[in-house]
Ligand binder design. Structure first.
Ligand code: ATP
Ligand code: MG
Length: 283
């Protein structure tokens, strides 16, 4: 039995459960539950506060967790990051009121900085030999400068809209983060097989999210040229159409290549292009 921690509520919750579901784990979660069984897999899911997860993971109360890298770094947790998950991307940044002068972190010498990430900030200040006063605030850090509590803040930013609304400007990035799967070091040995199974599933789901299945009709004389334009797993499938002189080509492409490939296909006479999401991908 493996114990998996996910955030109880908040930014990571939806994507975490979605990922587990896509990995084929049916989590029987009710409202306000601390713990849920997984019906079809030897696992239990624990719903915990984000900020508590690193400690539980380090102590082995849970074996693996879906958690932001920023929290692991802040808590200096002795755990292993197994896989980055591509969601909850954010950065821990220094922000100041829009018109305040800033020419690097040394501008904050002797100033007050409000943050919920005191350890990460202190480490950064130490590295840069800057002395500043850290004000620990657990939420809504962005209002601190406006109410005169601090000169600057150090907080998580993604789009920057919260900063903008509060008249702040991002000036420096301390740390880039995204959600990851992390594991307790001992669990990695004791429960290797089951962790490998979960990781295998996660990787196949993540890979599938980045790819599309594409099929289209193409005049036969263009098959060779078009075949070269498709960055495929092995080699595209070609099936004859009933109409002579035409074939149907099938392939899998990366989303980053998507528009380039589509344009190329159209230029070479492709018709009836269909693009289909991929559920899982094992290569
Ligand atoms: P707790 O569950 O202990 O209340 P919290 O208040 O930090 O924790 P959230 O605000 O939901 O919880 O943030 C959870 C995680 O989501 C953060 O640790 C970070 O990894 C990520 N995150 C936070 N802010 C952003 C953001 N603006 N954009 C994207 N991801 C973010
Ligand atoms: Mg919170």
């Amino acid at each position: 039995m493996i114990k998996i921690a996910v955030q109880k509520s908040g930014r990571l919750y939806d994507e975490s459960l979605k990922l587990l579901k896509e990995c084929g784990l049916h989590v029987d979660n009710g409202m306000d539950q601390l713990k849920a069984e997984v019906r079809n897999f030897p696992a239990e899911v624990y719903f915990l506060r984000n900020s508590d997860i690193p400690q539980y993971l380090e102590d082995g109360v849970v074996d693996i967790a879906i958690i932001g890298e920023n929290v692991l770094y802040e808590k200096n947790a002795n755990v292993f990051v197994l896989e980055k998950l591509g969601f909850s991307k954010c950065r821990l940044s220094i922000a100041l009121p829009k018109n305040d002068e800033y020419s690097g972190i040394t501008s904050l010498e002797g100033k007050k900085i409000a943050t919920s990430y005191p350890n990460t900030l202190q480490k950064y200040l130490n590295e840069k030999n800057v002395n500043a006063e850290i004000h620990l605030i657990s939420g809504s850090v962005e209002i601190a400068p406006n109410i005169g509590l601090a000169d600057a803040i150090c907080d998580l930013v993604s789009s920057g809209s919260t900063l903008f609304k509060n008249g702040l400007e991002e000036k420096d990035i301390l740390f880039r983060s995204e959600a990851c799967i992390a594991a307790n070091p001992k669990a990695l040995e004791d429960k290797k097989e089951i962790i490998d199974e979960i990781l295998f599933r996660v990787q196949s789901v993540l890979k599938a999210r980045d790819h599309r299945y594409i099929l289209f009709n193409i005049p036969n004389h263009q098959i060779k040229t078009v075949g070269k334009m498709l960055p495929v797993l092995k080699s595209p499938t070609v099936l004859p159409l009933l109409d002579e002189g035409w074939s149907s080509m099938h392939s899998v492409i990366h989303v980053d290549d998507f528009w380039k490939v589509i344009r190329g296909l159209k230029e070479h006479g492709a018709q009836g292009i269909l693009v289909i999401p991929v559920q899982n991908m094992v290569i």
